[in-house]
Design a protein around this ligand. Structure first.
Ligand SMILES: Cc1ncc(COP(=O)(O)O)c(C=O)c1O
Length: 468
């Protein structure tokens, strides 16, 4: 049989019963299904349809019915029937694909934080690593595996994290997840009962993730030194979730005495510190500060991610767990999605062991530092504004002077000029008129050539809005 769906390489699900009116005949239903498939792009232009006999057999209907439906759609211009080459899909204007409908266009000047420069994703090196990794992978690598993730990646990460971030990592205590988001969700499920203390201000999305997994979330105040653990003593908190290398969004690095206080709390209260090291590789004025986990691997869960060093779309992150949490997290991972997909893991393992990762991070550091310097120089000219945070990461907090227009108003005015950024407002656990105002400016997103224009758009707007 050389004319069934599979021979032609197309596999199209036609459900004649779906959406069919009680009085609608089989032929009309078939015409409607095919028409919809062509319009929606499920049947691409040029696709060869199966022979009438094959489709009739597949659908359990008369061959004449299929011929008549093909004729009708050819008459309407959806199909082209050519003697000797069968029936093909015509190149009709497609209905807009639902997946792209309604997706807002990115702003012209995109200073939204949380995104690296995706335009500098190392495509060629990634492809090379992927070709090599997949070429050398044993067949078992394509099967179901350890819920912790591929051993190649866990070994490569144990090496890298020890060397570059001072993490006490053994491959057996590493679990690969789909982003920090999944790591946090898994921890929220398996840690002992108690609230999650999360930085205030901090990323609202992560509070939602913890709540969605059933946790009560309480504020962990952040002052000019970073997270202040003094409120934790005597509370029912199970985990303190912190960003010690570069607090999000204020940008401070947690000093040694606060690190020690966090660990002392965790030891006294049998709690856990969750260390979100989302951009720990990016420090521009000195060696990156080592992870807290390295000093207390029994009390700290370290979480790293490829979202800033490579791209959020890679969706790979890694937990380094105290030994007692390995089994519970593995179980939760297995019951959630069994394991993270293997092909990206194999590629990342090769990327790490070949040191392409180090090279990419080093090149990115240079790029981000230049961008940061440009933004700081421009911000220094703005009346009454403060630029906060250490020279690290991919964002900066611009503190607004007292009497500045409300953040939301600035955001709306900016949007009218095609400019976008985040405001501090959403990052507080509870709104209050007493909160200071600030703009969170990401310097990762714009393409290299577009960045200076975005900075100019920002300074023009703020010069007008904040007055002389
Ligand atoms: C504070 C913080 N932590 C972690 C992440 C990384 O999240 P994920 O790995 O889920 O992309 C981000 C990303 O923006 C972040 O801002």
């Amino acid at each position: 049989m050389d004319n069934d769906w599979s021979t032609f390489g197309v596999d199209l699900h036609l459900d004649l019963a779906a959406g069919r009116d009680p009085g609608e005949g089989v032929r009309t239903a078939l015409e409607r299904s095919l028409r919809e498939a062509v319009r929606a792009g499920r049947l691409a232009a040029g696709t060869r349809l199966p022979a009438t006999r094959a489709l009739a057999a597949e659908l359990g209907i008369a061959r004449g019915t299929v011929s008549a439906a093909y004729d009708q759609l050819a008459a309407e211009g959806y199909l082209i029937a050519r003697h000797g080459s069968g029936t093909r899909v015509a190149d009709v204007a497609r209905a807009e694909r639902p997946a792209t409908r309604g997706t807002p266009a990115p702003p012209r000047h995109d200073l939204r934080p949380g995104r690296p420069d995706m335009g500098s994703f190392p495509v060629a090196e990634w492809l090379r690593a992927s070709r090599r990794a997949l070429g050398e992978a044993p067949p078992a690598a394509f099967g179901y595996g350890d819920p912790r993730g591929r051993p190649e990646l866990r070994a490569a990460l144990a090496d890298y994290l020890g060397r570059a971030r001072g993490v006490d990592a053994a491959p057996g205590r590493i679990v690969i997840t789909s982003g920090y988001v999944q790591a946090l969700g898994l921890l929220a499920r398996v840690l002992p009962p108690g609230a999650f203390a999360m930085e205030d201000p901090g990323l609202p999305f992560h509070r939602e993730v913890a709540r969605f997994a059933g946790r009560e979330v309480v504020p962990l105040p952040v002052d000019r030194l970073g997270a202040d653990p003094s409120s934790l003593a005597g509370s029912d908190v199970a985990a303190a979730v912190v960003t010690p290398a570069h607090q999000y969004p204020t940008g401070v690095t947690l000093p040694p005495e606060r690190r020690r206080a966090l660990i002392a709390w965790a030891r006294d209260a049998s709690g856990v510190v969750v260390e979100d090291d989302y951009d720990g590789e990016f420090r521009y004025d000195r060696q990156p500060v080592g992870a807290v986990q390295g000093t207390a691997p029994d009390s700290v869960v370290y979480v790293g991610t490829a979202a800033k060093t490579l791209a959020p779309g890679v969706r790979l992150a890694w937990l380094v767990l105290p030994a007692r949490l390995v089994e519970p997290v593995m179980r939760a991972k297995r019951l959630t999605d069994y394991q993270t997909e293997s092909l990206g893991q194999l590629t990342l393992a090769e990327f790490l062991t070949s040191h392409a990762y180090d090279r990419h991070v080093r090149a990115s550091r240079g790029r981000y530092r230049r961008r940061r310097d440009l933004l700081l120089a421009a911000g220094a000219e703005l009346p009454g504004c403060s630029l906060e945070g250490v020279a690290a990461g991919q964002h900066v907090l611009l503190g607004l002077p007292a009497g500045a227009p409300p953040e939301q108003l600035l955001l709306r005015r900016a949007s009218a000029h095609g400019l976008s950024f985040d405001t501090l407002a959403d990052h507080w656990h509870a709104p209050s008129a007493a909160h200071r105002q600030g703009l969170i400016l990401g310097y990762g997103t714009p393409r290299e050539a577009a960045f200076p224009l975005a900075v100019t758009a920002l300074t023009r707007l703020l010069q007008v809005e904040l007055g002389p």
